[in-house]
Design a protein around this ligand. Sequence first.
Ligand SMILES: Nc1ncnc2c1ncn2[C@@H]1O[C@H](COP(=O)(O)OP(=O)(O)OP(=O)(O)O)[C@@H](O)[C@H]1O
Ligand SMILES: [Mg+2]
Length: 290
Amino acid sequence: MSARLISVINMKGGVGKSTTTIGLAETLAVHHKARVLVIDLDPQTNASIMLAGPDKWNQLREDERTLDFYFEAYALQMKPKPFKSLVETKVSDLKGRPDIALVASAPEFRTVERDMIEAFVKRQFHIDAIQKWICERFAQGFRTVLKDFDYILVDCPPGISLFAEAALIAADAIVVPSIPDYVSRLGLITFRKRALRMINEKRGGQSLLMVLATKYEDDMALHRSEAALLKENLGSAMFDVRIPQIQDIARAAEWSDTPRTFEQKYGEGAGIIRALGDEFLAKVALAPAL
Ligand SMILES: Nc1ncnc2c1ncn2[C@@H]1O[C@H](COP(=O)(O)OP(=O)(O)OP(=O)(O)O)[C@@H](O)[C@H]1O
Ligand SMILES: [Mg+2]
């Protein structure tokens, strides 16, 4: 069995992409004994620090085992070290050392993307050719580790990025965290149409794109009505589980030097993150394999 690639993506910032990626990775590993790899495609490095903790993350950077080095080598027309060597196993501060691995990002990744585009433009590459090149290199990398994992979760940066597009095109399934309010719904509809069109064009086929209501506030009539409206429109392409806006979920992001149980880490949010994993598995089981 080879891994399913799941991209967690939304153009909008601060909607809970990284929180969802880590929560999902941890519940899949802890409650379903899945082997999970998280790839952090975001130069903000939130997922990297949440999973590795500051010390291990700094060590990865020192050892040149972050994604910026990998792509920089390609951009300089040098052979990068094997993608596999970027994979740091047994990350996460959960007790029992669940099977969670990380390919970390670094702030320099932002510059690498810009430099790469500049270098290619100088060589008169069209933007579509650059996009294709990034998709191919990204796929070449993660394909070498597909056998080692059950799920590869990709935490994407907000906004428009060629790397986020590559993750979108490569994915077997896509999770789109979204805050259920009016402005987000408008953005979501546009993003979903564009994403589905792009997947169809570049990959030649459909992909499972699932919306997840995040930072949900049940005491807000607006959130209730917007989430219901999304569900009405999207049907099974929307999760029934809604991730509430609660302090314990925000707190879980902070690294703990003392290993903790899933329940200790997620507190009041533990049950709902576990339910997200269960629903995710039920939905992804229906997705076609890559
Ligand atoms: N369910 C939640 N309850 C409370 N706080 C949350 C919840 N989900 C996310 N947050 C908080 O909201 C902020 C943004 O979350 P997160 O970093 O996961 O979003 P993001 O979409 O990855 O952001 P970015 O676009 O910057 O990458 C963080 O401070 C996080 O702790
Ligand atoms: Mg993020």
